[in-house]
Design a protein around this ligand. Structure first.
Ligand SMILES: Cc1cc2nc3c(=O)[nH]c(=O)nc-3n(C[C@H](O)[C@H](O)[C@H](O)COP(=O)(O)O)c2cc1C
Length: 161
């Protein structure tokens, strides 16, 4: 609840707060069904997490049911707040798009205007040696693009990818 409390305070267009969270805590009655919504490669490690949180966004405004063009952007801010709160508490968090998209609306009972954005695994950092070999290799800091490749003054230069 501390994690979603942090997410709750994210900014959003018209303060529409389009984010919704559906969670399962490890070994609860809901855990096996939520774990099954991850693709196998993600289940391999996420089965050890303490909780799985499906991040869902409402793609229409509550006020008038018109399309809400910023729902993904807003919900992205909420997920980042959740991730930062987790980090501040010494927890690891990891978003996943490798999920069973076809099964999710029914499994989570999502209305038509609610879209899955990701399922996030949260838990105590584990021991790398317990991971399958190929995943162990990925346990190192991921690089990022240089600022010069993503920041531009005034206008994007021609040829930017
Ligand atoms: C929306 C989203 C979906 C992602 N999906 C997956 C996934 O299905 N499986 C996975 O192992 N990592 C997934 N990731 C993690 C990214 O690959 C990872 O954040 C990126 O490589 C940067 O690495 P870092 O977070 O360790 O710095 C996802 C991240 C985001 C934000």
């Amino acid at each position: 609840m501390t994690l979603v409390e942090a997410a709750r305070w994210a900014p959003s267009c018209f303060n529409s707060q389009p984010w919704r969270f559906v969670y399962a805590v490890k070994d609860s009655a809901h855990w096996p069904a939520m774990l099954k919504l991850l693709m196998d490669m993600n289940q391999a490690w996420a089965q050890h997490a303490g909780a799985l949180i499906a991040v869902v966004s409402r793609n229409t405004f509550e006020a008038n049911n018109n399309p809400a063009p910023t729902h993904s952007f807003d919900t992205g801010a909420a997920w980042m707040s959740l991730a930062l709160q987790a980090r501040a508490m010494g927890l690891a968090s990891h978003a996943m798009w490798g999920i069973e998209h076809d099964n999710i609306p029914k499994a989570l009972n999502l209305p038509d205007n609610m879209q899955i954005q990701a399922i996030v695994a949260v838990g105590e950092p584990g021991d790398k040696s317990e991971l399958p070999e190929p995943l162990q290799e990925r346990e190192q800091p991921s690089p990022r693009k240089a600022l010069k490749d993503i920041v531009f003054e005034g206008q994007m230069p021609d040829g930017v990818a």
